[in-house]
Design a protein around this ligand. Sequence first.
Ligand code: KIV
Ligand code: NA
Length: 270
Amino acid sequence: MPSVRDIVGRDPEADPITVLTAYDTPTARIVDDAGIDVVLVGDSIGDAVLGHDSALPVALDTIATHTAAVARGVDDALVVADLPFLSYGVSEPESVRNAGRMLKEAGAGAVKLESGPHTVDLTRRLVELGVPVQAHLGLTPQHINRVGLQRQGTDEEAAAEILDLAAAHEEAGAFSLILEHIPANLAAIVTEELDIPTIGIGAGPETDGQVLVVNDAVGLSERAPPFATAFGDVRGEMIEAVEAYRDAVTTGTFPGEEETYVEEGLELDN
Ligand code: KIV
Ligand code: NA
């Protein structure tokens, strides 16, 4: 696995950073083989995979299990584990232990956490201890009960706060910053002001890289946010395959001769 240095050290103008989520080994292998730079085991697993209607119920053990599955499928990409709701911030020792587990036990190379005024010191501490941190500002979906899912940073005060927090997290040692669902011109300013790479989702084209939830990117999601684009129709393909299987079984064409083995001379008395 590359270190965060390999991501931070490049020239994103020449070579934009590509990030996708993944939650399982086969998907992670596809994403890695395609040359995606960073695989994020997002708490978006809550909605994308586990049938919750937000990320809030996702447990740290769930992220650990799926990070380990992803790490087993990845040779080249950096694997980032997303710290779920209340696995950090309750107390520093618990936050540090939880974040450390993602590297010690699950095979992540870094953690991501949703940032705010309360995560500057924690970011500094984790980085001091050797846990690379990806910060996340703008729409932070763990705050869904407080702010909903609307675009953030839309007035001058809110935009200035995002810019200040971005600088504070860079200063605290974050190696990268995700900017979610903010105006493109604000994302461009933050990108201009920071040295660390910014990764946008719903933040326009001027960040140093882009991230999407893999289910949205491949067209597996039933509902995707307005800023996501499906680059394929995996859901459509799965529906066709499942229906074809059902038809083959119900019409008796599967299993056919090819999939069938007969042991000649096998006779059982009964
Ligand atoms: O959980 C997630 O997948 C994320 C990305 C969308 C940035 O936080
Ligand atoms: Na997340």
